[in-house]
Design a protein around this ligand. Structure first.
Ligand code: T46
Length: 182
């Protein structure tokens, strides 16, 4: 597994070793010992799986309590995945990082606790799977607006069309008003 640092403190890209043969391929996608060694995180406790059509944007989400670190990847299609540093003590506070995750590049992104996370589907459909470091806690969920001007995230909108959002994401809060972490 190759590990690449990003411009955001503690956000890492994982590139698994892929073993291809005439049958197809095999890759180890998660090992708790290696993951904990690389991130300092406790082993991950909840797996999620979502499917979305092109143009769907889910995010930018985080939980204030039971803050979740997320190890995210795409098993079908492709997305533009984004993390935003909400830790006021971090030198990359208020900065964002985006990366294409796809079933072709097999890349994973580690988004630690203290970040908002979201993704935009660029392929016809995308299946997004991820492991979380704590459990779902809807009572403390926050959504930050995907197009907040103070973040100016460069989403690769297909044909420049506005993304399709859930009601929760349409009602998202401004970055300035969103509760932050120490
Ligand atoms: C996240 C979650 C949702 N749900 C239920 C609640 C709703 O009835 C339904 C859809 O939930 P939601 O619209 O919040 O799903 P997403 O918009 O994909 O939310 C996720 O989107 C971004 C990308 C994230 O990083 C978070 O993991 C998460 O907030 O699944 C659960 O039962 N458990 C869960 O852990």
């Amino acid at each position: 597994m190759n590990v690449i640092k990003t411009k955001l403190n503690d956000v890492l890209i994982f590139e698994p070793k892929v073993f291809g043969d005439e049958r197809g391929f095999f890759m180890e996608t998660y090992r708790s010992d290696f993951f904990t060694e690389q991130t300092g995180s406790l082993p991950l406790v909840q797996d999620n799986h979502s499917k979305s059509a092109q143009g769907i944007l889910r995010g930018l989400h985080y939980q204030l309590e039971h803050t979740q670190g997320k190890l995210v990847r795409v098993v079908q299609g492709s997305v533009f995945d984004v993390a935003v540093d909400l830790r006021q003590s971090s030198t990359t506070f208020g900065q964002w990082f985006g990366i294409e995750l796809s079933a072709q590049n097999n890349r994973q992104l580690w988004v630690p606790p203290g970040f908002a996370h979201g993704f935009y589907v660029t392929s016809e459909t995308a299946e997004f799977v991820y492991k979380c470091s704590d459990y779902y806690h809807p009572q403390s969920e926050v959504a930050i607006k995907w197009d907040d001007p103070s973040l100016s995230i460069e989403w690769p909108l297909v044909d420049g069309k506005q993304p399709n959002l859930s009601a929760k994401d349409i009602a998202g809060t401004a970055f300035a008003d969103a509760p932050k972490f120490k």
